[in-house]
Design a protein around this ligand. Structure first.
Ligand code: ATP
Length: 436
């Protein structure tokens, strides 16, 4: 993990937030390479969950919502983690995760195993509060949303009436969520501000189990489709006592992170809990009328809820590799071409004889289609290494022959094979290889 964090900082994937002021714990800023990586993860999700499907539409809701939303959803009363304080060092820990935490004074021990006595556990609500308008009184308290899902539920009727969808159908959203986590950490894995990719799929009661099975498989396969190794993924079904009160079933897609198997995404059968609760609290009828069967009912909901940052971290960890290239050790990120932050790098073989000029012309052509980097400094081997380290799948080199017959060499990051290809065919060939 340390290697990944160092590489992330050195190559511009992610920086500590407010670093020049000493940093803000567990908040991260994505740098120029990281922002492309995360965008690609989100775009792959959106394309597969919305663009390519006739039965799912998107939405983008505001982060601030009516406070009653969080009463109806159960977050005000129940979105809590048990918290304990150490009476000696004054640190706070999640009572249910003590075995994952270190005593700050004696790192070889877990909290409570040292001389420090822990307080009784008390429930701590994870929602961030803020004030709306200029008056800071209780009437103006609003919350930063702790999940994107509720925006979807409260817009169920709006989407239904404007999109002409019929059950079964889904509503998808990507956006920021906030949780005042007691013990954030592990780089991008658990932060207090993060992005979620959530989809609520509304189905007829009785068909929920079939759709739950469908989304479990679909979502697991999504990660392997973009290059995550199957052996690093597993599905973990929640035991009945672990289930949220509204859920009929829940499964986590877990990834084998360097710190152990941990949740990447949760897929839950939320039953009709959310729509019924919002109907009750808002006084609006949120039921669905089936024109064909002339029945009115509250749909059940299957929810695949993923984290964009956790997924980005998983893609980064899974891509990381060290091997030997041209007799030299190299660090290489083996991103799937669609996920790779930079798709192609262009190198002039020499810094003279017209190579840079021709290379820059090629950059201009490629830039209309892909994220491109141009690099003319250092030996060609070193330039390849620099690109391998950020996972650029393709390298284009301009040499003497380019000026004669308009061909370049195209290098593949993984096989390191090079082949000559005419500049006219370059865009089409790269598109073909990226689309795989
Ligand atoms: P955990 O058990 O790890 O706290 P959760 O079960 O509370 O997660 P959900 O409420 O199911 O998480 O949220 C769906 C997804 O949102 C998670 O699978 C994860 O990818 C992401 N997520 C949740 N909390 C965080 C966080 N603090 N930082 C980054 N991503 C998060």
């Amino acid at each position: 993990m340390e290697k990944i964090v160092n590489l992330a900082k050195r190559r511009g994937f992610a920086f500590q937030s407010s670093e020049i002021y000493g940093g803000l714990a567990s908040c991260w800023d994505y740098g120029p390479i990281g922002v492309e990586l995360k965008r690609n993860v989100k775009e792959a999700w959106w394309r597969d969950m919305v663009t390519r499907r006739a039965d799912i539409v998107g939405i983008d809701c505001s982060i601030l919502m009516h406070p009653r939303v969080w009463e109806a959803s159960g977050h005000v009363a129940g979105f809590t983690d048990p918290l304990v304080d150490c009476k000696l060092c004054k640190e706070r820990f999640r009572a249910d995760k003590l075995m994952d935490a270190q005593c700050p004074r004696k790192p070889s021990k877990h909290p409570g195993e040292c001389e420090g006595e822990l307080t009784e556990a008390r429930q701590f609500n994870l929602m961030f509060k803020t004030f709306m308008g200029p008056v800071e009184d209780t009437a103006s308290v609003v919350f930063l949303r702790p999940e994107t899902a509720q925006g979807i539920f409260v817009n169920f009727l709006n989407v239904l009436h404007t999109s002409r969808q019929k059950i079964p159908f889904g509503i998808a959203q990507i956006g920021k969520s906030f949780r005042n986590e007691i013990t954030p950490g592990n780089f991008l894995f658990r932060t207090r501000e993060f992005e979620q990719m959530e989809m609520e799929f509304f189905v007829r009661p009785g068909e929920d189990e079939r759709w739950y099975e469908y989304w479990r498989e679909e979502r697991l396969n999504w990660y392997t489709r973009y290059g995550i190794r199957r052996e690093n993924l597993r599905l973990r079904e929640h035991a009945p006592e672990e289930l949220a009160h509204y859920a009929k079933a829940c499964v986590d897609v877990e990834y084998h992170f360097p710190f152990g198997w941990s949740e990447l995404e949760g897929i839950a059968n939320r039953t009709d809990f959310d729509l019924r609760r919002h109907a009750e609290y808002s006084g609006k009828d949120l039921s669905y009328y089936d024109e064909e069967t002339k029945e009115r009912f509250y749909p059940y909901v299957i929810e695949p809820a993923a984290g964009a940052d956790r997924a980005t971290l998983a893609f980064l960890v899974d891509a990381y590799d060290e091997d030997v290239a041209d007799g030299e050790p190299r660090v290489v990120l083996r991103f799937h071409p669609r996920i790779a932050p930079v798709k192609v790098a262009v190198f002039p073989l020499l810094r003279k004889e017209g190579h840079p000029e021709r290379a820059l012309e090629i950059v201009d052509i490629l830039r209309q289609h892909f994220t491109v980097q141009y690099d003319q400094s250092g030996s060609i081997g070193r330039r390849y290494r620099r690109q391998d380290e950020i996972g650029t799948p393709f390298g284009v080199t301009v040499d003497h022959q380019t000026l004669q017959d308009n061909t370049v060499t195209l290098r593949d990051r993984d096989t390191m094979r090079q082949e000559r290809i005419s500049v006219e065919r370059l865009v089409e060939e790269l598109k073909r290889r990226i689309e795989i």
